[in-house]
Design a protein around this ligand. Structure first.
Ligand code: AMP
Ligand code: ZN
Ligand code: FE
Ligand code: FE
Length: 281
């Protein structure tokens, strides 16, 4: 089994990189992709925890914003972590998430909700990429909502009056950057329509021109019709098709490897990186 999209507590997942690697070994996965939001900080611990036959495809899920203000997530895998411009862009995005969180909290306080930046900081591990799930955890701790899911449904979704975006590269910029860093890019859950406004089919050719390698088709947030459309776009544009869990530990219902990538698709994707960067024990 090959699962190329998971999160740890280096962003908004709840397992440490070591715990996630251990779970992947217990489940007998062949390849685990670790793709924390806008950071590579989990790579070292994941690599040090590796044993047996499991292989790691290390990466990051890079937050992007189109010029029309649509939120897009780009998986960058198998890039050179030392590539300075990549680390700079990831750091800028992480930095931009702080004023964004302050603005969201300000909007909630303006409606009388008892929530502060200190509450959010308390709800997250030090050094993690700060995101809405941590705000959700803080709202749970304050008994304002019962769960992360309820927080998103009622208050934190992309169309919510409390939602604020943060500065991020465009999808084409992120793809070009991933490529310059030697890696491969897979657009994450591009038709996950219930999250809010999404890309249109005609947006993909521009991304292919920028160097896009694959499309995440099998993902729980995409229904059979959306998956079928994506599969046909991938075929048309000769893109790799992936499936993944987007596992977040106990932070989401998604279970590890609930969707997976076929081996020949993985091999095609891996061959498009500029060096062999899959990590083995
Ligand atoms: P952010 O990066 O701060 O914009 O937050 C986006 C993150 O929120 C994504 O990684 C999602 O996995 C997470 N998310 C979105 N909807 C939900 C939900 N209903 N329950 C838990 N997490 C969610
Ligand atoms: Zn997440
Ligand atoms: Fe995502
Ligand atoms: Fe994700």
């Amino acid at each position: 089994m090959i699962d190329l999209h998971t999160h740890t507590n280096c962003s908004d997942g709840t397992d440490s990189p070591r715990e996630l690697v251990n779970k992947a070994i217990v489940q007998g996965l062949d390849v685990l992709g670790i793709s924390d939001h806008d950071t590579t900080s989990g790579w070292k611990e994941a690599t040090e925890s590796l044993r047996g036959s499991l292989k790691l495809a290390l990466g990051s899920e890079i937050s992007c914003l189109t010029t029309d203000g649509i939120s897009v997530h780009m998986l960058g895998l198998l890039f050179d972590p030392e590539y300075a411009e990549m680390q700079q862009v990831l750091e800028e995005t992480r930095d931009g998430r702080l004023p964004r969180m302050r603005k969201m909290i300000e909007k909630m306080r303006a409606e009388g909700m008892d929530i502060s930046m200190a509450d959010v900081e308390q709800a997250m591990p030090a050094g993690a990429t700060m995101g809405r799930p941590h705000l959700a955890d803080a709202l749970v701790a304050k008994k304002i909502v019962k769960s992360r899911d309820e927080a998103f449904v009622d208050l934190l979704h992309n169309e919510s009056r409390f939602y604020v975006s943060h500065a991020a590269p465009t999808p084409a910029e992120a793809i070009a950057l991933i490529r310059r860093a030697g890696g491969v890019s897979v657009i994450a859950h591009p038709f996950a329509s219930h999250r809010g406004q999404i890309l249109k089919a005609e947006d993909f050719s521009e991304l292919v021109a920028a160097g896009l390698n694959g499309i995440e088709v099998d993902h729980r947030d995409q229904n059979p019709e959306e998956r079928a459309m994506l599969r046909s776009i991938a075929k048309e544009l000769d893109l790799v098709v992936t499936g993944s869990s987007d596992y977040h530990g106990t932070g989401k219902l998604n279970s590890l490897a609930e969707n997976h990538t076929h081996r020949e698709q993985w091999e095609k994707l891996e061959s498009q990186a500029d060096a062999r960067r899959v990590v083995s024990a």
